[in-house]
Structure formats: structure tokens, C-alpha cells
Design a protein around this ligand. Structure first.
Ligand code: MF3
Ligand code: CO
Length: 248
């Protein structure tokens, strides 16, 4: 069932989203060679607590951390670790903030020191792909319009779109209907209605889109060991167009 949110509910999610965006900005300032993703995770816990919020991912299906920290060839659900970040790394920090019971979900890919031209282009294309998807998040469009816009753009740039992980509805729980594929055909899938709140979160790979799961049962990485990036926003569908609830 797809739940439609009231203006009041969307406003509460927007408050959570603004805090989340602010937290990502703080992380961006912290990231440099030598820092660990566990330090970032601990920072996030404290930052959210200081602002009256909680990390929704911690404890979700047994997940142990406030954030997912996916490094280089890790696609998503990377565990924060004690390993210092190195010059040239890219790392995606993904988190869900709970503020007064309202949730917001957003991921940014950060760069560590000087990165390669290929990594730069990957990150640019991933970011642009997210906004191509958001532009389709209009009342009356279908979910497939979002997926198609992302896939056609990314593949035109000679990168690939991950299939195994998707966007989703979100509200008082992290994962709701509908599923938002980042690939697909225009005119297919559920119709978007005023009051729906969804995430769009394309994961884009330099090489193959195929993913394999680590032994930890969570972390997905590229089968060819090439880089993967991700950007994610939480979006409200309104009669005035898409409203990004997690924009900074
Ligand atoms: N934030 C993720 C998403 O985009 C969910 C991560 S799974 C978790 O849907 F267990 F870590 F929470
Ligand atoms: Co999400």
C-alpha cells in the first residue's frame, strides 16, 4: 500500500531532512586522509543526539551503525571501520535521520584528497543522474519515468546503473511502497500522486552493474572491483513539483 502524507507530515520530514543535510555538510568538512569511517559514524551519533534526533539505521534488522560507509568498489551498506581513509578514496555516507518520528534518508559520495579524473566524472554523473530522476518526480508521471531518465543518462555516459538496490517510499518507516527502480521504461510502474514521499538513490558504477555480497551479509560491492558512487535524496511529490526534503 502506498501511503500519502499530509502537509504536516511532509513538513516534519522536511525538518528531519534539513538536519540530515546539515550533518552531511559537517561530514564533508571532516573528511580527509587519515580519518576513519568509524570516527565519522561516532560524529553522526553525537551530532544527531545534540539536535534531538536519532539514527534510524542503528538496530534496523540488526544493523550496528548509525551510517553506512561504502568505500571505492563498495556499492552500499558498507560498515564503518577503523581503517584510515587514504588520498584518492571515494566514500559514500548514507544515513536515515529520525526527528520526532519523521524520517529522512540521504547519501552523499565524498572525496578524500586528490581523486582520479575517472572518479571525478563518476561522481559528477551520479549526482546529475539523481537530479535527472528528481525532475521526473511529478504528479501524474510513473516510477518508470524516473528510472528511465536515470538509466538513459548514465548509460549515455558509459557508466552502469546498479539493479540490486532501489529507492523506496519513506514516512514513519524507512522502507515503504513504492519501489523506485533506477532503470526502466517510461510510462511503466505506479503513478506518482500528490503526498507521496520517495527516495531516489542511484548507485552508478564505472564498470559492470553486477554486485556481490560480502561475508558480513550486508555490504555489496562491484564484481569487477571498479568504483561505485551514490547520491540520494528524499523527495515529496507535490502539485507544485518535486520538493527535495534533504537538500542543503
Ligand atoms: N539508507 C539506506 C537506504 O537508502 C538503508 C540502509 S540499510 C540499513 O535505503 F540497515 F543500514 F539501515
Ligand atoms: Co534509501
Amino acid at each position: 500500500m502506498i501511503t500519502l502524507k499530509s502537509e504536516r507530515e511532509i513538513n516534519l520530514m522536511h525538518e528531519a531532512g534539513k538536519l540530515l543535510a546539515q550533518c552531511h555538510k559537517e561530514i564533508k568538512k571532516m573528511i580527509k586522509p587519515g580519518i576513519t569511517t568509524l570516527q565519522i559514524d561516532q560524529f553522526v551519533e553525537k551530532y544527531l543526539a545534540d539536535h534531538g534526533a536519532t539514527p534510524e539505521q542503528k538496530g534496523y534488522k540488526g544493523y550496528q551503525f548509525a551510517t553506512c560507509a561504502s568505500l571505492n568498489d563498495e556499492i552500499c551498506h558498507g560498515f564503518p571501520t577503523n581503517k584510515p581513509l587514504q588520498n584518492g578514496d571515494i566514500v559514500t555516507i548514507d544515513m536515515v535521520v529520525n526527528l520526532n518520528g519523521a524520517l529522512a534518508d540521504s547519501a552523499w559520495t565524498h572525496t578524500v584528497g586528490e581523486i582520479s579524473e575517472e572518479a571525478k566524472r563518476l561522481i559528477d554523473v551520479t549526482y546529475t543522474a539523481l537530479y535527472k530522476g528528481i525532475a521526473q518526480a511529478q504528479v501524474g508521471n510513473r516510477t518508470g519515468d524516473i528510472g528511465h531518465a536515470i538509466q538513459s543518462y548514465v548509460e549515455g555516459e558509459n557508466f552502469s546503473v546498479v539493479r540490486d538496490f532501489t529507492g523506496h517510499g519513506i514516512g514513519n518507516t524507512m522502507h515503504e511502497e513504492p519501489t523506485i527502480l533506477h532503470y526502466g521504461k517510461p510510462g511503466k510502474g505506479p503513478r506518482l500522486k500528490e503526498g507521496m514521499v520517495i527516495t531516489i538513490e542511484p548507485m552508478v558504477n564505472v564498470g559492470t552493474w553486477h554486485a556481490k555480497m560480502d561475508d558480513n551479509g550486508w555490504t555489496a560491492r562491484t564484481t569487477d572491483g571498479k568504483l561505485s558512487a551514490q547520491y540520494e535524496h528524499t523527495i515529496a511529490i507535490t502539485k507544485n513539483g518535486p520538493v527535495i526534503l534533504t537538500e542543503h
